[in-house]
Design a binder for this molecule. Structure first.
Ligand code: HSE
Length: 311
């Protein structure tokens, strides 16, 4: 590949992490999208190719997550060179694994490297969020921020955005079970209630606080007790065929907890060993197969680095 092009990997992510709707997320080692950027001699932004999307993603640069993120960054820094974008999707659209966030993060990370802009991740964040916005029609950073920074991320607030990286317990593993269902984030957000009973808020905030303390102190028993979502899961779990059985299989296989990854249909389970994580993958896949659905599973530690250059 010539020196005027770059290929990067940007990781998938699990957002919400149970009770932390829109404020918690972590990155995965796999899957992740690949973005290839090439400098052009003209001043156009163009999408040269998209693979792995089943023909569903737009080539219109004002509608595609990757190009919107790039345009936002180029506009802000008044970069007038042209760039062509290749998007290689390595995870399903509407998978609940932060697919659009990974493309947006990969795009701005690659541009920063290709044009030697020396921008920090803090500088890149708002542009990746602009890209994510066109796909999900909502501002939520709990996929973009983990994918960009790596690690377990808490978004304390949005105005202004305040990102806190939390300790990852050293033996923490994540199992993803991705049943072959597509759920649009915008639709999964639309079914949520506009108001929440105070009793649920009290339970949920207790669980969020304890979950973060559990991560910080590597207390797996506390993580297990607090990985519970009483606000969002009751609504969204109905969109996932076999949800209760899959979750039960994960817990019986030794999961610390199990919930919906982002807006689903992927589900995630946390455990404190690779052996248990693999067993959860096997047992949950068995349940999904019995239901009659195809599925993909992943076992991953929490990705600590975010995007990386492939060549
Ligand atoms: N926090 C967002 C949601 C993530 O649950 O709607 C979407 O991937």
């Amino acid at each position: 590949m010539s020196e005027k092009s770059i290929k990067v990997f940007a990781p998938a992510s699990v957002s919400n992490i149970g009770p932390g709707f829109d404020i918690l997320g972590f990155a995965l080692n796999e899957p992740g999208d690949e973005i290839v950027l090439k400098k052009l001699i003209n001043s156009q932004i163009e999408i040269a190719s998209i693979t792995g999307d089943g023909g569903k993603l737009p080539f219109d640069i004002l509608k595609n997550t990757a190009s919107v993120a790039i345009k936002s960054l180029m506009d802000k820094y008044q970069i007038t060179d042209g760039v062509s974008i290749e998007v290689n999707k390595k995870m399903g659209l509407g998978s609940g694994l932060g697919s659009s966030a990974a493309s947006a993060v990969g795009a701005v990370f690659a541009l920063n490297e290709l044009f030697e802009l020396n921008l920090s991740k803090e500088d890149l964040l708002e542009h990746a969020l602009a890209g994510e916005f066109v796909a999900s029609k909502a501002i939520h950073a709990d996929n973009v921020a983990p994918s960009l920074y790596g690690g377990i991320i808490l978004i304390r607030g949005y105005e202004p955005i305040d990102i806190i990286k939390i300790n990852t317990p050293k033996d923490l593993f994540c199992t993803i079970i991705y049943p072959d269902i597509e759920i649009k984030t915008s639709e999964a957000r639309a079914i949520l209630p506009k108001e929440v009973p105070m009793k649920s808020v009290v339970t949920q905030t207790g669980n969020i606080a304890a979950l973060i303390y559990g991560f910080a102190t590597e207390n797996y028993s506390l993580i297990s007790r607090s990985l519970k979502d009483v606000i969002v899961e009751p609504y969204r779990s109905k969109l996932i065929t076999g949800y209760d059985e899959i979750k039960q299989a994960a817990l019986e296989a030794g999961a610390l907890g199990c919930s919906i990854s982002g807006s689903g249909p992927s589900m995630f389970a946390l455990s404190n060993s690779e052996e248990v994580a693999n067993r959860i993958a096997l047992e949950t896949k068995r349940v999904v197969t019995n239901i009659g659905l195809a599925s993909v599973t992943y076992v991953s530690e929490v990705n600590q680095v975010g995007p990386k250059i492939l060549n």
